[in-house]
Structures are given as C-alpha cells and as structure tokens.
Ligand binder design. Structure first.
Ligand code: GLP
Length: 259
C-alpha cells in the first residue's frame, strides 16, 4: 500500500490523473472502475484537459461505475448517470456502449447485479479502480458492516451517509436510502486501486483505513489486503495519520527516484 500526500487538492487531482493516464496509455482498451462524489471532480477535470490538450484517447476504454442510487432515473440531476456524463463522459471520446453504470431502475435487481458482475468479467476485469471514501470509511456504498467478500448488490445507506449526501439534493428532496453498489470483493479484484481523499472531514476515516485493523466497520481498510493500492491524500485528509512522517519519508526516498 502506498500513501501519497499532496499539498493541495489540485496537486492530488493531477497526481491521480497521471495514474489513470498511465493505465490508459499503456493499455488503450483499459477497463476503468469509476467513482462519483465531489472528490474525483478534480481528477475528471484533469483527464478532460489531458484528452483535449494532450490527446489522451478513451476511444477503446471501458468503464464501470461503482454505484447508483436506487430509483433515480438517469436524467435525475443527482443520479450518478447524470453526474458521470456531466463531469466526464460528455467531454471525452469514450464510446457510449463502453460505459457501464448500475441501473437503478431495473425491475429485477438481483439479476441485474449478477449481470453487472458478468459484464465486468467479460471485459477482462477492472484494470484500475478509482475510489473516494465516505466519512464512515465506506467505499462505493459499502457501509460499515458490509462483508469484505461482498459482490454487487443493493445496500441500505446509513443515516450518516444520507446526511453527508443531502447537500447534493434540493431542500426537502429525500436522499434515496437504497443504492446498488459493487461489493468490497468486487473492488478488491481490480488490478490496481487508487483512493482519493480530501479535507479534514475524511481524516479519521482515512487514518482508520490505512493504520487501523482490517475491518468491515471501515470497508476502505480492506485495501490493506490489496497488492497495488495507493491513497492520494491532501494534507487535511492525512491529518490524523500516525505514520505520516514515514509515508513522506518513503515518497522522498523512492528507490531509483522511481515515480
Ligand atoms: C458517496 C459515493 C462514494 C464516495 C462518497 C464520498 O457515498 N457512493 O463513492 O466516495 O460519496 O463523497 P465525496 O467525495 O463527495 O465526499
């Protein structure tokens, strides 16, 4: 596990974008796992810039999003379908048939979740998974107590997550309480994982994920079991790490100055 601490959110976003670009450049038909939330917005902005100014090519890339609220149509401004198109897909040359986002209006959720897992496998698995983290340590919508072996399924969101995400919804509009999410087991099968976190509100969840025990009570802590997981943090999100100096020491002394 690697921990990269950036001075600013902008720097963090650019560092994460470099990791995504490296994957896409080395494998033009790479399969990316993507996240929503406010945290990856800077990363997506930088990927759009790289596409427009540097020719970063997404024409053969496939994507799988982590999650979606149950009951929101793709045209709903708070749906993750809408978010992804507004903030990334409408601005790059990705082929619409290569975009996969859980369908939150499927009649038969169980069958849909199984078919989502099959589609990921049929594309050869996820090469690089992008994650954010909830203030309770969730990845995707794998709330505390989710099985670390879980697969794509419906989850009931915690009150804390509903409160955290209420800021995106209009006054009086209810945040959906169910979501379809890739499981922790699904996420851990990605060949490489990057988790982005910004702000002091994430510091505790981040410290528990990196330095705490591996536990279903903080599903991001499962990344400790992954061979290629990197946390991209800004200073505020790194604020509660006990090993912070060591993580910075590692970055300053990489063997051979490797990037
Ligand atoms: C939601 C998403 C997560 C995301 C989290 C944090 O719960 N399902 O994938 O990581 O929000 O969001 P933000 O980046 O806005 O803090």
């Amino acid at each position: 596990m690697e921990v990269i601490i950036s001075k600013t959110y902008d720097e963090l976003s650019k560092a994460a974008a470099k990791a995504v670009a490296k994957t896409v450049n080395s494998k033009p038909n790479a399969v990316l796992g993507l996240a929503t939330g406010s945290t990856p917005l800077g990363l997506y902005k930088e990927l759009i810039r790289m596409h427009k100014e540097e020719g970063l090519d997404f024409s053969h890339v496939a994507t799988f999003n982590l999650d979606e609220y149950v009951g929101l149509r793709p045209s709903h401004p708070q749906s993750y379908h809408y978010f992804m198109h507004e903030n990334l897909f409408n601005h790059i040359n990705i082929a619409p048939h290569n975009v996969h986002i859980p369908s939150a209006t499927a009649g038969n959720y169980r069958a849909f979740c199984e078919s989502y897992e099959k589609s990921i496998a049929a594309c050869g698995g996820i090469d690089l998974q992008v994650l954010g983290i909830g203030s309770d340590g969730h990845i995707g919508f794998n709330e505390p107590s989710s099985s670390l072996g879980s697969r794509t399924r419906i989850k009931t969101l915690t009150k804390q997550t509903l409160d955290d995400n209420a800021r995106f919804f209009k006054d009086g509009e209810k945040v959906p309480i169910y979501a379809i999410t890739m499981g922790v087991g699904t996420i851990l099968e990605a060949r490489e994982i990057i988790l982005l976190a910004t702000g002091a509100g994430k510091a505790e969840a981040v410290a528990k994920a990196i330095e705490g025990p591996v536990t279903s009570m903080n599903t991001a802590s499962a990344l400790q079991l992954h061979r290629e997981a990197t946390f991209y943090l800004d200073e505020a999100a790194a604020g509660k790490l006990e090993m912070r100096e060591y993580f910075e020491w590692i970055q300053a002394n990489k063997p051979g100055g490797a990037a």
